[in-house]
Ligand binder design. Structure first.
Ligand SMILES: [Zn+2]
Length: 188
């Protein structure tokens, strides 16, 4: 089934006949796909948190999650390909720490008091218009405004692989992230 957003509506395109108005329909989540997206999304937040903590010269500017994996853009002009294995290892080590991932709702005032919560300009504008915001926290590492679905613990992400990057202008490196297909948990 195809799902897409149009304005404030979420459209579900069904196959076959269109149900009559008032008819009850049942939707089921494709759990395998959903769970993969949750792991990928949490993995990107984990990368973001590590970048903020360990690489002061870098900044994550955007990300995207798809069937194949996730990709994210880093404003990190001096990044060299040889540094990727180090970043990858830090992400994998951090995932193994088993940090809890929590969703919480904060009032605008509470949210505004937290530095780095809204990292992008659109995020800051959004924050100024809302009465409350949804925040996803990787306990002890990262918290940010977010509307997505996540796993409950970083261990569920398992091992990730960072593939080489593509230069998108001097200030942007686009990096592909993949989950380990061999299973979500590796032994410590
Ligand atoms: Zn997110």
């Amino acid at each position: 089934m195809e799902v897409k957003r149009e304005g404030n509506s979420i459209l579900h395109r069904v196959e076959g006949e269109v149900p009559q108005v008032g008819k009850t329909v049942i939707g089921r989540i494709d759990w395998e796909r959903r769970y993969k997206f949750m792991r990928l999304h949490s993995a990107v937040h984990l990368v973001d948190g590590i970048i903020m903590r360990d690489y002061k010269e870098a900044f994550l500017t955007g990300s995207n999650i798809g069937e194949e994996g996730a990709r994210f853009d880093l404003d990190w002009p001096d990044l060299r390909k040889e540094q990727l294995p180090e970043l990858e290892e830090r992400v994998n080590q951090e995932a193994l720490k088993g940090r809890e991932i929590r969703v919480k709702f904060l009032s605008r005032d509470e949210a505004s008091a937290l530095p780095g919560l809204a990292r992008t300009k659109p995020g800051q504008e959004l924050l100024s218009q809302l009465d409350w915001v949804r925040v996803v926290e990787i306990v002890g590492l990262d918290e940010q405004m977010d509307g997505g679905t996540h796993v409950a613990n970083t261990k569920e992400i398992g091992e990730i692989k960072l593939l080489g990057f593509e230069n998108k202008g001097r200030h942007n490196k686009r990096i592909e992230l993949r989950l380990n297909p061999r299973g979500k948990l590796r032994s410590a």
